[in-house]
Design a protein around this ligand. Structure first.
Ligand code: HEM
Length: 232
């Protein structure tokens, strides 16, 4: 096993505050939306907790953003600029998730310090963090004070449009919060990626141990940028 320092402290703190916060937002959001059907807490409590947690997560988002913008670690989010290779590697990764994993095949992606995400993760995390999370926060802020933001709400087509975008994104995040931990449990052991998000260190199986490793696995290792030791 080789240990790579892949999740710096700021990312780990951001991530677990964010994960807990999203669970709280989902629970209180369901109560707000379905106030006639469920009674987990009072409507007023749900609104207060939802607003407070929302603001905490907006602040927390900037921890993630500023950390990545001001360090070279942002390169983990850079896409592969070769579209053919990005497409091919994504299909290989999806084939592994949908079929190979059940046949005991090796994961085609071998993480490196600045290439910790597989090609599918890289695209999805980028979409989530650069587009969907900010859009969820922005629509939430508009709905938080409709009078103050009346101009912006009108600009986007009215309160129903803004509320529907917020709820559709909520549906996405409910699905995400189920699928994402499942995919995160597919490391060399079910808890490996979870431990990595706590300690910062990912344990990488040595190539010889990764039975059935594909040529792609080797090429992913070879593409690790120079100048970064395994300890990060
Ligand atoms: C129960 C909730 C959650 C659990 C158990 C969980 C678990 C994990 C784990 C184990 C990792 C590291 C492995 C990997 O890279 O996939 C990770 C990374 C990540 N998670 Fe989560 N997660 C949760 C909620 C969320 C939520 C709500 C979001 C965003 C809205 C999120 C966004 C991310 C992102 C962007 C990364 C990569 C972070 C980086 O290294 O920059 N997670 N998560």
């Amino acid at each position: 096993m080789t240990r790579l320092y892949v999740h710096p402290l700021a990312v780990r703190i951001w991530h677990w505050i964010n994960a807990l916060g999203f669970v709280a937002l989902i629970v209180t959001g369901v109560q707000i939306r379905y106030v006639d059907l469920i009674n987990w807490m009072t409507f007023a409590t749900a609104v207060s907790v939802h607003n407070a947690v929302g603001w905490v997560l907006i602040g927390n988002y900037f921890v993630w953003l500023l950390f990545y913008v001001f360090t070279d670690r942002i390169r983990v989010y850079h896409p592969d600029l070769n579209p053919a290779r990005q497409w091919r590697d994504s299909l290989r990764q999806l084939a592994y998730y949908g079929y190979g994993i059940f046949k005991g095949a090796a994961n085609p992606h071998r993480p490196a310090v600045l290439r910790k995400f597989n090609p599918v993760q890289g695209v999805i995390y980028q979409l989530v963090m650069m587009l969907l999370v900010p859009l969820q926060f922005y629509t939430g802020v508009l709905l938080w004070d409709l009078d103050r933001f009346a101009g912006s709400v009108e600009f986007f087509g009215g309160v129903r449009v803004v509320a529907n975008v917020h709820v559709l994104l909520f549906v996405f995040f409910v699905a995400f919060i189920l699928v994402h931990p499942y995919l995160a449990s597919l490391g060399h052991s079910p808890s490996a990626h979870f431990r990595a998000m706590i300690t910062g260190h990912e344990e990488i199986e040595d190539e010889a141990d990764a039975q059935g490793a594909t040529p792609l696995a080797a090429s992913a290792t070879a593409r690790q940028p120079a100048g970064h030791s395994p300890s990060g």
